[in-house]
Write a protein that binds this ligand. Structure first.
Ligand code: ZN
Length: 551
């Protein structure tokens, strides 16, 4: 296949644009530098070359072009990465398979329908009599006009066929139904899913509308306060995080995400400058959503509603997040219902709550001691039952000891008994079985890349033969190897000419040792099989290799 669409996409999507969605970059000479999104690090070793349109991390050894980058960040195969970037670049891919055409056509139409619906809802909100009341409602909730516009809030009028009539001029009813915007009636016709609702479009990380949350404007008995789009080929509820598209850069910058419950909370927080705020949309926080947030930060502040649902949501979300390796703090909203309400009472109050968010164990200590009477025996048992699993999860031994002592003092029970209970607890279940894509390169792979890169850079191939290495044919692979080698040398202040022989020796030793390990197994097998001839041959090879390692 010709590379033309690939080149066309690269021309239209500068690498900085693609990478900056995920990594905060700083200029470093003619290149850019940032903290690698693929391995955990404090000092940046992730480099981007705008002129060569490639990236490379000399921490984990990964690197490539924009397609390789999207493959890693989105955890997809090349074909899907190609699709994602082609969509974004507005480049039409030639010669996809008929299945791809069908699947993509369906998705494209769904994106178009959602985009059209979103525009329609916005227009109704701002330009119709029906929308005026909804607009008054939103302003009454404290949202400024720019905020309402930025979040593309809209209104679905209290009619049953407005949207259907509007969209079916352009789209097939069947497709509009698949997009979840109209519903088939018993009599065979269609009607609008959303009526008399303030509409919140839900965006994916590329800024495309994938669905809606509709909030009722006039409370009615027979219908829910919120209605969401159903799951569709472009909308997977458990994988969408509301506000993340708008907040992701700030989240990475501050290395913190505030997680709230409602869409209105997210918007209210963003309006007052807390743009690192996100919410789960129509679901409890899921493991997939956490995995997506984890691309941007490992630090969460939960600011859930204070009602009972909020409290059990906090506990569940906490467990999931801890299982996934997040650092979690919990904001104490006190008697205020939700973040939106607290912000209305004063930005300063909200700021104080977020900055004062406490470690999750402290939060639950306070909460649980309010619920139980620490003097009563039965209550003591309940208190321990609630707190022991949380203390158990604290990984730092000093912190853990601190909480055990605190608990022992607070309920006046010997520390030893509490230690016994904590140590008797089962290991927490790790629910997140899907590992975050990290696949760092092995030392051997990194060395191989460096030897190849330096050989190319210095135009010196003398070390390749002894290592059984061949240079790649493709020019883009060569370019990446050279870039990676150049960067690695520069970063460490080393001279490539001096390093190449050293790296070649290290690689040779590593390869030899690996082969010796294998040989060890083979020799044992030959001994077991009593194959003298093979044993002799293998032993000779082993001796020769150990000689190489010695030298
Ligand atoms: Zn890395």
């Amino acid at each position: 296949m010709q590379d033309s669409p690939i080149q066309e996409i690269k021309d239209k999507l500068p690498i900085l644009t693609v990478v900056q969605d995920f990594v905060q970059l700083k200029k470093a000479g003619s290149n850019y530098k940032g903290v690698c999104p693929f391995h955990s690090e404090k000092t940046p070793s992730f480099m981007v070359s705008p002129s060569k349109q490639i990236w490379h991390c000399f921490g984990c050894g990964l690197g490539g072009d924009i397609f390789e980058f999207i493959k890693r960040t989105e955890n997809v195969e090349f074909n899907d990465a190609l699709k994602i970037l082609a969509d974004r670049a507005g480049v039409e891919l030639r010669k996809p398979t008929p299945e791809q055409i069908q699947y993509q056509a369906t998705k494209d139409v769904l994106y178009e329908i959602n985009a059209a619906a979103s525009k329609y809802f916005v227009k109704v909100l701002w330009e119709s009599n029906a929308g005026a009341e909804a607009l008054t409602y939103l302003r009454g909730r404290g949202l400024s006009d720019p905020t309402i516009k930025n979040w593309k809030l809209g209104f679905a009028p209290a009619e049953f066929h407005y949207l259907e009539t509007f969209l079916s001029k352009i789209f097939e009813p069947r497709d509009i139904e698949t997009a979840g915007l109209i519903v088939k009636s018993d009599r065979g016709g269609y009607f609008d899913r959303f009526h008399d609702r303030v509409m919140f479009p839900i965006l994916n990380l590329h800024g495309q509308v994938v669905g809606f949350t509709g909030r009722i404007l006039h409370e009615r008995h027979n219908t829910g306060k919120y209605v969401n789009s159903p799951e569709t080929p472009i909308y997977n509820k458990s994988q969408v995080v509301y506000g993340l598209q708008q907040g992701k850069n700030q989240i990475r910058k501050l290395d913190q995400a505030i997680v709230v419950e409602g869409n209105m909370d997210v918007i209210a927080c963003h309006q007052v400058g807390f743009t690192q705020t996100v919410a789960t949309s129509g679901t409890a926080l899921t493991s997939d959503q956490l995995t997506i947030i984890q691309r941007f930060t490992n630090n969460l502040v939960f600011a859930f509603d204070t009602d009972e649902a909020g409290s059990s949501a906090t506990r569940r979300a906490l467990e999931l997040a801890l299982n996934q390796g997040f650092n979690v703090k919990i904001a104490n909203l006190g008697t205020t219902k939700d973040p939106d309400e607290l912000i209305k009472r004063g930005i300063g109050l909200w700021e104080k709550v977020i900055n004062g968010a406490s470690n999750y164990v402290d939060f639950f200590f306070d909460r649980i001691f309010q619920q139980y009477d620490a003097q009563k025996v039965d209550d003591k048992r309940e208190i321990v039952k609630e707190l022991a699993p949380l203390i158990y999860r604290v990984s730092d031994p000093i912190t853990k000891a601190h909480y055990v002592r605190k608990l022992s003092q607070d309920i006046n029970v010997a520390e030893n008994s509490i230690w016994d209970i904590i140590q008797g607890l089962d290991k927490p279940i790790i629910r997140n079985t899907k590992p975050v894509t990290r696949n760092n390169k092995t030392r051997k792979e990194v060395l191989t890349d460096q030897v190849l890169g330096l050989s190319l850079l210095l135009k010196d191939n003398q070390y390749l033969e002894g290592l059984d290495l061949t240079l790649p044919q493709e020019s883009d692979k060569k370019e990446l190897l050279v870039f990676a080698a150049e960067m690695a040398m520069k970063e460490q202040g080393l001279d490539g000419k001096q390093e190449l022989p050293k790296l070649a020796v290290e690689l040779k030793r590593l390869v030899t040792k690996e082969r010796m390990m294998e040989l060890g197994q083979e020799i044992k097998a030959a001994e077991d099989a009593n194959d003298k001839e093979l044993l002799d041959k293998l032993s000779k090879e082993y001796a020769a290799l150990s000689q190489i390692v010695k030298n």
